[in-house]
Design a protein around this ligand. Structure first.
Ligand SMILES: [Zn+2]
Length: 181
């Protein structure tokens, strides 16, 4: 496939470029782009003007369970799963498009950028591995990210069960409408 053909390599470079522009880290690039590590490093430096940060992201699902990340992860996953089901995009194309839509949505609603593209990618991997899934909130009907083996029969989401210190409640209705089936 890619690697041998020039067109294939051009496609991978295009893909890597888009991912790097969106802030992807090497961990993501190395597993999703069929280019050598040397080429990816060169591309990264050219686009970002510096070497990629060292270190790995933690391989834990817990990050997605705290209040704010959970709302953002659920929003992103709603967009991503819609794209996967409704379009011919492959997983990486869907990741790029869903992440663009997610950040546009955040900007429109003056929300903080909580999920990076590398986090979003890890989230998808956790879904693929069957470690995370979504479940509907019994109050608002939005779908939220949960651990697959948690008991979710009477699940109430973080937006319906708001911690007192959480602000930005005005985005609630919009966010929930994005996450309904
Ligand atoms: Zn809810």
């Amino acid at each position: 496939m890619a690697g041998k053909s020039v067109v294939g390599e051009a496609r991978e470079i295009q893909r890597a470029t888009e991912l790097i522009e969106l802030g992807a880290r090497m961990q993501l690039l190395e597993s999703e782009v069929k280019l050598s590590r040397e080429k990816l490093l060169k591309l990264y430096k050219e686009i970002q003007g510096k070497s990629p940060p060292k270190g790995m992201l933690p391989f834990s699902t817990d990050w997605f369970m705290s209040w704010q990340p959970n709302v953002h992860a659920s929003l992103f996953m709603g967009i991503y799963q819609y794209l996967i089901n409704a379009s011919e995009l492959d997983e990486v194309e869907a990741l790029i498009k869903a992440f663009r839509l997610y950040t546009e949505y955040e900007d429109t609603h003056e929300m903080e950028h909580v999920l990076s593209i590398t986090r979003a990618w890890r989230l998808i991997r956790f879904f693929d591995a069957g470690m995370l899934t979504t479940t509907p909130c019994t109050k608002c009907g939005g779908r939220f990210v949960v651990h697959t083996y948690d008991l979710t029969k009477n699940y109430v989401c973080g937006l319906c069960h708001l911690p007192s210190r959480a602000g930005k409640t005005r985005v609630r209705a919009d966010v929930v409408s994005m996450m309904r089936d």
